[in-house]
Design a protein around this ligand. Sequence first.
Ligand code: SF4
Length: 499
Amino acid sequence: MSAGGIVPRQSFQEAARVTLANAQMRRNLGHATTTIREKRLRAVSELPNWEELRDEGAALKDHVLANLGDYLLDLEASVKRRGGQVHWARDAAEARGIIADIAASHGAREVIKVKSITTDEIELNAGLAERGIHAIETDLAELIVQLAEDRPSHILVPAIHRNRAEIRELFRRKLGAEGLTDEPKQLAEAARLYLREKFLTTKVAVSGANFAVAESGTVCIVESEGNGRMCLTMPEVLISVMGLEKVLPTWQDMAVFLRLLPRSSTAERMNPYTSFWSGVTPGDGPREFHLVLLDNGRTDVLADEVGRQTLRCIRCSACLNVCPVYERAGGHAYGSVYPGPIGAILTPQLLHLEDKNANTLPWASSLCGACYDACPVKINIPEVLLYLRGKITEEKPLSAEAIAFKTAAWVMSEPHRFEGAIKLARMGQGPLVRNGAIHALPGMLGGWTESRDLPPIAAQSFREWWRKRPAPEMRGTDGDAQTSEGEPIAPQREDGVPL
Ligand code: SF4
């Protein structure tokens, strides 16, 4: 469990085969992503300076990444000045240990959690359970996932793959909420009743962080339900976990991201709840505040010139909602808490390209570029995908696929070889052609025809047709007609008689 919830247990291709067979999940996902896509476009088009804002966001993040060490030290000093404590975690296991130790030192048997993908990344719930501490999710979607003993499938809407009827059934079974309809209001009320008691009785809370300001030591969370605010203010002890890249230099920088994030994620002008907290204040909020700064592979990503831009990500999920592969395969196919286009580049980098399943994620893309267009901080996801594909291929021993492509390159580099190969293939394809198409190729090539037909090689190639056709009439640079050999043709009348 050391690398945490980012390690896929299957290749993307194997996992996607399973998820694609779930028609209900695809319907739920298709409906949700279509709706949010349209809303986001409307929200974004309201801002005339949206493109400048994206540029500003990207430039700010690049500046932070270029000076990350300095800003993190500033943040640490500011948090301590405000009465907070700072912990540095090299990896998921260390982060889990730090958080579990703090909770245990307060005798906690339960902690409440505000939605945080970073805590999912480090598999915090399982780590706490090993120490006899039960983590209770308070975000509605995370609670649904937890009660269903399921896994999140979206960064922002972890239960996007479930519909209301499924949730009503789940609440009936797990919360004993009988007589529920699938009205959102009733479902929310059932969750509220369950959570209210937890808010009032739990002493330790764990949160993530969307941003942290180095100059003041202020941590920020944006959310839609208000449950996060309850977690951040009511317990006696608050532990916040954040990836190293979430730091921002100043409050002014925060303003840029508070405009970029809500429109990109929930398609709102401003998210309903934005909470800020700085250290501890006597008589107000938690009496103890801990900030855990998580590396878990991030400094290695930072060291890579092309891959570094991945750390600009503000986890808005806009790239997921526009991705045709995500929409059909669903979040579980990625096997990591980071699904979709961002997951396809972040997960393999955090795992150092060594993981044989994470290695398959850069191929989970049609390279259509929709993710790049949608990303509020202009991460060139297709560029990083291709870069990672290249690196992974270079590191692999020469595979049958690589040999086949090398041979194809050799054949195609000489016209006579290419023509010879086409003639051979035309002769050899006979037994495979049925009703004008090839429905199944043999052996390793079979993958090509698993979900599509291959048109057979034409009876005559373009080159053959070109050679057989009558020599065309051509015109010289002076406008005189010429034969194909360049001989001038005497000017003629329309009936062919020379003038
Ligand atoms: S990569 Fe860009 S679009 Fe995708 S989640 Fe991150 S910031 Fe949002």
